[in-house]
Design a binder for this molecule. Structure first.
Ligand SMILES: NC(=O)C1=CN([C@@H]2O[C@H](COP(=O)(O)OP(=O)(O)OC[C@H]3O[C@@H](n4cnc5c(N)ncnc54)[C@H](O)[C@@H]3O)[C@@H](O)[C@H]2O)[C@@H](O)CC1
Length: 487
């Protein structure tokens, strides 16, 4: 699991660490790691660092200082390094002196040809998007050509300039990077929100900060070994009942497809049995003979968790289904129409009386209706607030899906793809999540595991052509199969 910390926590930790090392040592650690990765990138792309033309974009803070010191190191490795200072009178003095001493130059114009750009305009001290001079430079970077005829890669120093570091919002113009070399720890903008894809590949340079990061992380990013560790594995005495039975209450006469999709998702999970309850029972059992079907939730028999909502409709019948599901003393995941049914408050009593875990899986529109406001620029905070208000685990869908718990923990999924923004994929997610809950996985772990595998399946389906929800369901792997390379 990787973790990201907010700026105030990073600064507190940096101050504590700085008190234990000689002045300037941290910046040298950062610059050394940055220069090493830039040299590696130049060697990978052009076969050599020697002679490569490197441009430093230098802002007024320590982020620019990192770029200048790294530039000095690259110059000593034989690169031709020039620095464009956005505010020349405020550029980092020590860094500038080091660059000049190593034989680097200051330029006032963007060169025509370059092999590498280092973005040291702003780091964690940024406020707002790029200011006009930097924004104009950023707009001209795609015109540049490297020796091999391609566009020179951009390496962001710590974070891409122009992003809101704590939230992952992009409030104005930002400079996209191919690689971000970040120092000490991840920051939220590298993993969540529209900023995350602008970071490109993210590499962490250890500057010794870990022991000083004493607060909890702003957001955690589970990785495949975490998902694998949470995935239930049947023991030798397992039966379909001990593995868990998931109930699926989705679909309606108008939307029988939603039932098929959520059942397909549930079948890909770790539960021992899938029961379907609803009006699409005959379609479901025809498509999936292993599913045990019933006409209603009451007639479905025992289940260990319910997945409810996709394609349910919003009339009286749908409300009755939701009421039965909420009355069951087992974990429940609610999606789509079930979320919309919650909006008018008529289920407030049923929700208050529940003791078993509840997971809500809204997209932005459903979130807005439930929370009474858009998720806004801070998606992690928005999800946490809704989780606290509803006492439910909230899975806020997006390119980087966020999972927030009522206890205040937040996770972000790293496998998502915009290709999953297609009809019916959420139904598949809901079924899979229900099966994980039925298998005994706690709500936050179940939600983030489902998001991870769903994102992974979306990417896999994408490689085969336009993404359909059924293709996503068919591509759902188990974590072990991904780890073994057979997923
Ligand atoms: N504090 C530490 O111990 C370390 C800090 N390091 C570096 O220091 C950086 C933080 O340095 P600073 O606190 O000086 O902050 P920044 O380097 O992010 O710069 C802040 C400056 O940029 C200007 N600025 C703010 N928003 C802007 C915008 N939108 N457009 C243009 N200019 C803008 C402000 O006038 C301010 O002077 C980190 O990101 C990292 O790169 C590293 O050297 C590692 C150690």
């Amino acid at each position: 699991m990787r973790h990201a910390w907010r700026v105030s926590d990073v600064r507190t930790a940096e101050q504590a660490l700085m008190a234990t090392v000689p002045p300037g040592a941290l910046m040298q650690r950062a610059a050394a790691g940055l220069a090493r990765r830039c040299a590696w990138l130049l060697e990978q792309r052009y076969g050599r660092c020697y002679g490569a033309r490197v441009l430093l974009l230098v802002g007024s803070g320590d982020n620019g200082g990192d770029a200048l010191y790294a530039g000095a190191r690259l110059r000593r490795r034989g690169a031709s390094v020039s620095a464009l200072l956005l505010t020349p009178d405020r550029a980092h003095r020590g860094g500038l002196a080091a660059l000049r001493a190593a034989g680097g130059r200051v330029v006032t114009e963007l060169p025509d040809a370059l092999e590498l750009v280092l973005d040291g305009i702003t780091g964690i001290g940024a406020t707002g998007g790029l200011r006009p001079a930097a924004a104009q430079l950023a707009a001209r970077l795609p015109e540049l050509r490297a020796a091999d005829g391609g566009a020179p890669p951009v390496v962001a120093v710590d974070v891409p300039s122009g992003v809101a570091v704590d939230t992952g919002d992009v409030p104005g113009v930002a400079l996209p990077a191919d690689l971000t070399v970040t120092f000490g720890c991840l920051k939220p903008a590298l993993v969540v929100g529209p900023a995350a894809p602008l970071a490109g590949r993210v590499e962490l340079v250890d500057i010794g900060l870990d022991p000083y990061l004493r607060s909890g992380p702003a957001v955690s990013v589970p990785e495949l070994p975490d998902i694998a560790a949470w995935w239930p594995r049947p023991g030798p005495r397992a039966s379909k009942y001990t593995r868990g039975v998931v109930g699926v209450a989705t679909g309606s006469a108008g939307y029988p497809g939603a039932a098929l999709l959520s059942v397909a998702g549930a079948l890909a999970g770790p539960a021992g049995m899938v029961r379907y309850a609803g009006s699409a029972a005959s379609q479901v059992v025809t498509a999936y003979p292993a599913v045990v079907v019933a006409e209603s939730v009451a007639a479905a028999g025992r289940v260990q968790a319910w997945a409810c909502g996709s394609g349910l409709g919003q009339g009286h019948a749908a409300a009755a289904v939701l009421r039965s599901v909420l009355a069951a003393p087992v974990p429940v995941v609610l999606d789509a129409d079930a979320l919309n049914l919650l909006v008018d408050g008529s289920f407030a009593g049923a929700l208050r009386e529940r003791r078993a875990p509840l997971v809500l899986t809204p997209h932005d529109g459903e979130f807005s209706r439930l929370a009474g406001r858009d998720p806004g620029p801070d998606r992690v905070e928005a999800a946490l607030q809704l989780a606290a208000r509803t006492n439910a685990t909230v899975l806020l869908k997006g390119d980087r899906t966020v999972v927030a718990t009522p206890a205040g923990a937040a996770y972000v999924n790293s496998t998502g793809t915009p290709a999953l923004a297609s009809a019916g994929t959420g139904d598949v997610l809901c079924g899979l999540l229900g099966a994980l809950l039925a298998g005994g996985v706690p709500p936050a772990e179940a939600a983030i595991s489902a998001a991870y595998l769903h994102g992974w399946a979306g990417r896999r389906a994408e490689r085969a052509g336009p993404v359909t929800a059924m293709a996503v369901a068919a591509a759902l792997p188990t974590p072990d199969s991904i780890l073994q390379g057979t997923g």
